[in-house]
Design a protein around this ligand. Structure first.
Ligand SMILES: *Cc1c(COP(=O)(O)O)cnc(C)c1O
Length: 285
């Protein structure tokens, strides 16, 4: 099974050249940045552990990826949510449906205060030090690619939720890592960085306006469709649409500076199934 070494592809979008690290192609079940963040748990053995516990939303990419990991490792998986919408219970789709197929035990309610020694607890979204292990592997792949192609003036862009991936990429790379805050504002993201590291943070590119995570925006749908049309790559609607809006804006301020731009595609495409249904319903009339 291949869980590392994703390809890097050259694309042209709106007459600008970019490279894209295709972590969405890592593996059909276990891909994107969650495969990187949970790589430590995949390749190490935890003889005492029988069960993994975490919490978050009922459509989370981390939830799905952990359900796959637990299946591969033969572990039980308890996932705590505040609430599951009744339409989702009645019509399971996307991450929720596939995580259930992989054996997730979903629990509505409060997460326990403590766990026995056979249980491994992982923070929401995999914002844990252990994530640095797999993200270093990603950083090393980028470094060798840059060396092989004699690229020195590289700038890397990727969207942040918890910011864990961007933070550890910056830690292990000699290039500038840029990101934007998709969940919460810039201050929230900086606080997230400070939870895990003292300094050497990625550059946070400001957003044009305030966006609420999970809400539908016409410009998100438009750039998603335009990216698909021009590059033949499907990007995620929750994070990538906002990131490309920010990234393009940023790149337009860096003209004539001879930078090479690399975007990290972090997967998340199962989540697009339900998002596309919502977008079509709202905007394709
Ligand atoms: C989880 C996720 C992110 C956010 O990753 P963080 O490490 O929490 O910043 C971005 N894009 C996609 C597609 C994701 O699934």
């Amino acid at each position: 099974m291949n869980y590392t070494n994703s390809p890097i592809q050259k694309i042209t979008f709106n007459n600008q050249e970019y490279f894209v690290k295709r972590d969405d192609l890592l593996n059909s079940d276990f891909s994107g940045n969650k495969a990187r963040k949970f790589y430590y748990y995949l390749i190490n053995d935890f003889p005492k552990i029988k069960k993994v516990v975490t919490f978050g939303s009922a459509q989370s990419n981390a939830m799905y990826s952990l359900s796959v990991l637990c299946k591969i490792k033969g572990l039980k998986f308890d996932y705590y949510v505040d609430h599951i919408a009744s339409f989702l219970k009645e019509n399971p789709v996307g991450n929720y449906k596939f995580a259930l197929d992989f054996g997730m035990n979903i629990i509505e309610g409060k997460i326990p205060d403590s766990f026995d020694e056979e249980t491994l607890f992982i923070s929401e979204g995999g914002a844990v030090v252990e994530a640095s292990f797999g993200i270093k592997v990603l950083a090393d792949e980028i470094k060798s690619w840059a060396e092989q192609n004699s690229i020195k003036n590289l700038k890397i862009f990727l969207p942040s939720g918890t910011g864990t991936t961007a933070l550890y990429l910056q830690k292990y790379l000699p290039f500038e890592v840029l990101t934007c805050a998709c969940v919460g504002d810039e201050d929230y993201l900086k606080k997230q960085f400070e939870e895990l590291e003292k300094d050497n943070f990625p550059t946070i590119v400001k957003k044009e306006k305030k966006y609420h995570f999970g809400k539908l925006y016409k410009e998100f749908y438009d750039i998603h469709k335009e990216l698909l049309k021009q590059t033949n790559i499907e990007f995620d609607l929750l994070y990538d649409s906002l990131a490309w809006l920010c990234f393009e804006k940023y790149v337009s301020t860096q003209k004539n500076k001879d930078y090479t731009f690399l975007y990290i595609h972090q997967g998340g495409l199962l989540g697009n199934i339900s998002m596309l249904e919502r977008y079509k319903h709202k905007f394709d009339k």
